[in-house]
Design a protein around this ligand. Structure first.
Ligand code: ADP
Ligand code: MG
Length: 648
């Protein structure tokens, strides 16, 4: 029968400057199942290098190594990880325990990657630790344990998944003589129980406890007694633990990674917080812009709706700016009456514009006089600083009343405190001032000429006698489609006029334009916010890279006990996502605070907290984590376990 471990002409060289330094110079070795072998040699003779090759942590530069007849050079990294996980158990001189985990959790690590369910692996870890005399130290961290106790924890870890081959590299090197003897006694017991034990040491008294001593000097074997057969040894088969489905394994690894991520975050609270700050600001700005932006847009649109979006203006001519004489008189009073009789029309109001002089005492000025009806001021959202607008009686009776604007008041009444009730001349018609309109801060701007308003009937009946209208403003019933109304109006007037000598302007178009404008603005602001989120993400990437560099040893240990590259990748990715998610949650709370504060200051605003914003923040955080955690996680996963372990 072939030996359990067979090394054939194994060479290992390291690059040193321009040349290669050969550390192992053709090692040939056979180790049978159940043996207790000591490899002895001076410091620097290549023992650890050989041990790492035997444990499949490192690959030989040349030569062939077979484990239970399988050439390991044929195995991919996942298969090698499986081999380490299920068959080998490592014991290191410096214990290599994970400092933030308890004794039990440290022992459990290899089982996590083997996919053993939590309860089962906890029970087994406790049992192993108790067997090694550590029942009172289960929850202690490595830092709270003595060297001998730590080494016993690492022995328990080596046995977790079976550990048919125990590889101990200077297991007593860091221990006092008493603890060292205890560890050696344990290793002898394990050998007696059927485990294959390989010990590397420079100490002859330690080596003397093995049944076979292989001596190595400067990378060459100088003494190699024949293997000893152990018929009772554990055969190299699958571990006795029942294997579980791969989803179970994934879930276990996921939970482990989550715990680890939490621990890593807690271990560096200040740094975690600062890293998160970028994400917090990023998410808060993205979501508040979405929320506040929606409210602002709603505000602008409702302002526009207030001036009547369900109105359609009808003008004579082909289009704005058209002053062809043949069209000027196109709109008649009868048109207005006909329009008013349509069932879907709420009201129709005419507008007539004239340029006239206004006079008061010895002052006079040019003014644009507009004939309107009573609804005009409310439709255009105009307020009064004195007095008010027209009522229906004034319209019906062609009352000689006038509303003036601020400029007119300044021009004609510079010294008067009260102007309502004064009578001025509009053209040659005397009219009583009934109101002064406030300055309008609207999108319609102000002109150089003074503006005054009179009932339209007064202008047609008493001032100009004009029989046509300059504009008809039609207010459509609420709920009636304004595009359809526009179409119907056009049909009606075309039928009446026999030709198309008018055009319509739908206020709905203004609303659409405003919607588009505010939408563009919001998109722009969102982009700025996304940039801040990106900056936050880069912060996360930066810290994760630092974290990977700091935790190289941890990565090495995990790989040595059987973590696959994908497990390491997943762990660091989960850490990045967790940082971003927690940051995102805090950012969301910040947004809530901002939203509620804004509500206090802007009472009219409808600041809502939509589930859409919540979902978006969640997605953004996760995506940022994955995006910016990927590079550091990849770097961690690509690490060579040996290089990782070598760093202290
Ligand atoms: P031992 O364990 O017997 O003390 P090692 O196997 O650790 O010795 O190292 C044997 C030799 O190989 C040493 O001279 C060391 O400098 C060299 N060596 C080990 N690891 C590396 C490495 N990663 N790169 C270069 N040289 C190395
Ligand atoms: Mg060594």
């Amino acid at each position: 029968m072939a030996a359990l471990l067979e090394l054939e002409n194994i060479r290992r060289s390291y690059p040193s400057g321009d040349e290669q330094v050969e550390v192992l110079k053709g090692i040939g070795l056979q180790i049978e199942a159940g043996e207790m072998v000591a490899i002895i040699g001076a410091s620097g003779s290549g023992k650890s290098t050989l041990m790492n090759i035997i444990g499949c942590l490192d690959k030989p530069s040349a030569g062939r190594y077979r484990v239970a007849g399988v050439d390991v050079s044929q195995l991919n990294s996942d298969k090698l990880a499986q081999l380490r996980r299920e068959h080998f158990g490592f014991i290191f001189q410096r214990y290599h325990l994970l400092s933030h985990l308890s004794a039990t959790q440290n022992v459990e690590v290899p089982a996590v990657y083997a996919g053993i369910p939590l309860a089962r692996r906890q029970a087994r870890a406790r049992e192993l630790l108790s067997r090694l005399g550590l029942e009172g130290r289960l929850t202690y961290r490595p830092g709270q344990l003595s060297g001998g106790q730590q080494q016993r924890v690492s022995i328990a870890r080596a046995l977790m998944n079976g550990g048919q081959v125990i590889l101990a590299d200077e297991p007593t090197g860091a221990l006092d003589s008493h603890s060292g003897e205890e560890v050696m006694a344990t290793l002898r017991q394990l050998c007696a129980a059927g485990h294959t034990v390989i010990i590397v040491t420079h100490d002859a008294s330690v080596a003397a406890q093995a049944e076979r001593i292989i001596e190595i000097r400067d990378g060459e074997i100088i003494s190699n007694p024949p293997p000893v057969s152990h018929p009772a040894a554990q055969s190299f088969t699958r571990p006795s633990e029942k294997r579980v489905g791969s989803w179970r394994q994934k879930l276990g690894a996921f939970r482990e990674a989550l715990t680890m991520a939490g621990l890593a975050m807690m271990a560096n609270k200040m740094r975690t917080l600062l890293t998160m700050l970028g994400i917090i600001i990023g998410i808060a700005s993205v979501s508040s812009i979405v929320i506040v932006g929606e409210a602002a847009q709603e505000q602008v649109l409702s302002d526009i709706r207030a001036i009547g979006t369900n109105t359609i203006d009808i003008y004579p001519g082909k289009d704005f700016g058209d002053d062809e004489p043949q069209y000027r008189q196109a709109l008649k009073f009868d048109d207005m009456t006909a329009i008013e009789h349509q069932p879907w029309v709420h009201s129709a109001s005419p507008r007539i514009s004239k340029s006239l002089r206004v006079r008061y005492g010895n002052r006079d000025a040019a003014a644009s006089v507009t004939g309107v009806n009573g609804q005009y001021f409310s439709v255009y959202g105009m307020a009064f600083s004195e007095g008010g607008g027209f009522n229906q009686t004034q319209i019906d009776s062609r009352a000689q009343v006038v509303v003036i604007d601020k400029n007119t008041r300044r021009q004609l009444f510079p010294d008067k405190a009260q102007v309502v009730g004064e009578v001025l001349l509009v053209g040659n018609t005397p009219a009583t001032i009934i109101g002064v309109a406030k300055d309008k801060s609207s999108m319609f701007g102000s002109s150089k000429t003074l503006s005054v308003w009179m009932p339209w009937s007064t202008i047609t009946g008493r001032i100009s006698g004009q029989s046509w209208l300059d504009t008809i403003t039609v207010r459509v019933n609420d709920g009636f489609d304004s595009a359809l109304a526009e179409q119907r109006l056009t049909q009606l007037l075309e039928l009446r006029h026999g030709r198309r000598d008018f055009f319509t302007y739908n206020m709905d178009e203004l609303l659409k334009t405003a919607e588009k404008t505010t939408g563009t603005l919001q998109l722009f602001l969102t982009l700025v916010a996304v940039i801040s989120l990106l900056v936050g993400g880069i912060g996360v990437m930066n810290i994760m890279l630092v974290s990977v560099a700091e935790r190289t040893r941890e990565i090495g240990i995990r790989m040595a006990v059987g973590a696959r590259a994908s497990d390491v990748l997943q762990q660091f990715l989960i850490e990045a996502v967790l940082v971003c998610l927690v940051g995102g949650a805090i950012g969301m709370m910040l947004t809530l605070t901002i939203a509620f504060t804004l509500r206090l200051f802007l009472p009219g605003w409808e600041i809502g907290f939509s589930p859409m914003a919540l979902l978006m923040a969640f997605l953004c955080s996760t995506l940022t984590g994955v995006l910016f955690g990927w590079l550091p996680a990849r770097r961690a996963a690509k690490m060579n376990p040996i290089d990782a372990l070598a760093r202290e």
